[in-house]
Write a protein that binds this ligand. Structure first.
Ligand SMILES: [Zn+2]
Length: 563
């Protein structure tokens, strides 16, 4: 073989190899290109933002991409813009973005119904209550019942409970039913008493039928006595109910709420809610608790969980006691300003039986407990029956007054404290009158509770308090009212940090609803629920926190509110 021949053969092999390498390279490149272009198509990118992801490291990013209602990527504006081709985009102009806010304890139906009734919140006197009722009656002259809610005698000059005679003067022929602001007491007039066939001999457990020194009805009904009259009020028609719910929803979306926890609905209300969501008539996500009466509980256990994208039913709400304002909270020792100790709404034996039954089911149990006695009973009964407490995530709603010996039980039994920071700043003016100085140390003690469990679920309890979650954020970190009172803050040792408060209304609240894997933070794979605010709640001066506006609210990638 000649040298030149060998060279030609070698050369042709080299060329063939080169071609093969070239083809291979081309193939790899085109595959990469196809991969890139398919990845690039997304529904929405948001950039130029200060995104608080609220992930475990509390990371901040500038941008994210959304496809099919889910975050698929987060990062810098540059990386997100270069990686994705979006059908729509939002330039956030440097504004802060947070995961969609949760309200971990609220009353959506009550709030909606109130919109069709007389809103008495903030009435500065009983005279003002009457004026609002008269205005309503003029606009609705055919109503057989006037129903209202939100009065609070603590805002009035003499701070004493109202009496039905003061209503009868103005409304002799129309039944009037007025819930107190905490919904644990009601004032009714003579006509309502007549329609409900209530008389002064009637007895009730776990409630009070108000009577004067002569044994005559005063028109005040507390806790379990309320339903003796309220059950005669006609329910709103379904169409009317939906209109009110949608109106309520608009208000909630306008303050950045994307998920609310509905703390206790009847079977009928839950059926209505399922229907409304199936018809796609509501957008906000609802974690609805079943109001725990025996019929509802048996039905829930029998039916099992109901979980869709927007509506989740897998928990039972129990009520241990009443509220502090109406002295229905059950205390270990008597009230500082009255000889009574309040009361439980059911006997300890009944709580024992129902909690035992629910521990054997797979339902979450969330119990309203305000007084230190009610909290102790529920903690101990939970502890008695709960196996695998970490997994069950049972909650105490309010956890308002805790005896010093009972705090550790939240850690020991793995009980989530679900608290409402605005209750602290609404009650701080008179709570000590009810409790005296010693018990105040364990009251509204959110930081102490947080240190026990490691998480807090934050809510507002609307319509008992205003639905704006930033009011709760403000109260949690500054512990002052809207005027900045008291200057040094109310029991500041129990203030929590801004990061903790933000977690409480996002990822920790999601955890309290078994939703932390799909919601509560801005991370790839999670539902694209987020909110753009006008100013950054993490650094804005405390006095400005309540006035920060929501610019845009997004649920599953869809804008549901825009200013
Ligand atoms: Zn409530």
């Amino acid at each position: 073989m000649q040298g030149s021949q060998l060279f030609r053969i070698l050369d042709s092999i080299k060329k063939r190899q080169m071609r093969r390498i070239q083809t291979l390279l081309l193939l790899i490149l085109s595959l990469l290109f196809i991969r890139c272009t398919t990845n690039k198509e997304v529904d929405l990118i948001v950039f130029n933002a200060k995104v608080y992801t609220v992930d475990s490291a509390f990371r901040q990013v500038e941008a994210f991409a959304i496809k099919n209602g889910v975050f698929i990527d987060i990062g810098s504006t540059e990386s997100i813009k270069s990686k994705y081709n979006a059908k729509a985009s939002i330039d956030a102009l440097g504004k802060p973005i947070y995961p969609g806010f949760y309200d971990a304890h609220a009353h959506f139906f009550m709030f909606a119904d109130l919109l069709a009734q007389v809103d008495l919140n903030g009435s500065a006197s009983f005279r003002e209550v009457v004026t609002r009722l008269q205005r309503y009656q003029q606009a609705n002259p055919d109503k057989l019942w006037i129903v209202g809610g939100g009065w609070d005698q603590n805002l009035w000059k003499d701070k004493s409970f109202p009496n039905k005679d003061s209503l009868d003067k103005y409304f002799p022929n129309t039944a009037v039913f007025l819930s107190r602001v905490d919904y644990h007491a009601a004032l009714v007039n003579a006509k309502a008493i007549e329609l409900a066939k209530l008389d002064s001999n009637e007895k009730v457990d776990g409630g009070v039928i108000g009577k004067d020194s002569l044994g005559h009805l005063t028109g005040i009904l507390v806790d379990n006595a309320i339903s003796l009259v309220s059950r005669y009020i006609p329910d709103p028609e379904e169409r009317e109910r939906l209109l009110s719910l949608r109106k309520a929803q608009d208000s909630l979306l306008s303050v950045g709420l994307t998920t609310i926890v509905d703390a206790g609905l009847s079977s009928e209300e839950l059926e209505q809610l399922k229907k409304f969501y199936q018809q796609d008539s509501l957008k906000i996500r609802d974690y609805a608790m079943v109001a725990g009466n025996p019929t509802n509980i048996d039905r829930a256990i029998n039916d099992g969980f109901y979980e869709t994208d927007r509506l989740s039913i897998r928990s039972i709400k129990l009520m241990a006691d009443g509220a502090l304002g109406s002295r229905g909270a059950c205390l270990l020792d008597h009230y500082h300003d009255a000889p009574s100790r309040g009361f439980l709404l059911h006997s300890p034996e009944e709580f024992d039986a129902v909690i035992k039954k629910l521990a054997a089911s797979n339902y979450q149990v969330n119990t309203h407990a305000i007084g230190d006695s009610a909290n102790r009973l529920i903690l101990d009964t939970y502890g008695k029956y709960l196996k695998n407490g970490e997994k069950r995530r049972w909650r105490i709603e309010h956890a308002q007054i805790i005896s010093p010996n009972d705090f550790t039980k939240f850690a020991q039994f793995h009980i989530i404290p679900s608290v409402q920071p605005t209750h602290a700043t609404s009650d701080m003016y008179w709570a000590e009158e009810r409790l005296g100085p010693d018990r105040m140390k364990g009251a509204y003690a959110y930081k102490d509770l947080l240190e026990q469990y490691g998480k807090l679920a934050l809510g507002s309890d609307f319509p008992v308090e205003h639905f704006n979650p930033l009011y709760g954020f403000h109260a949690a970190v500054a512990r002052v009212d809207k005027t900045g009172f008291p200057q040094q803050g109310f029991q500041m040792e129990n203030a929590i940090s801004r990061e903790q408060a933000l977690r409480g209304m996002t990822t920790w609240a999601a955890f309290s609803c078994f939703q932390e894997k799909k919601r509560g933070s801005i991370e790839p794979g999670k539902d694209a629920d987020f909110v753009i605010l006008d100013d950054d709640i993490m650094i804005a001066p405390v006095e400005q926190l309540r006035t920060i506006k929501t610019l845009q609210t997004v649920i599953a990638g869809e804008t549901v509110f825009q200013r």
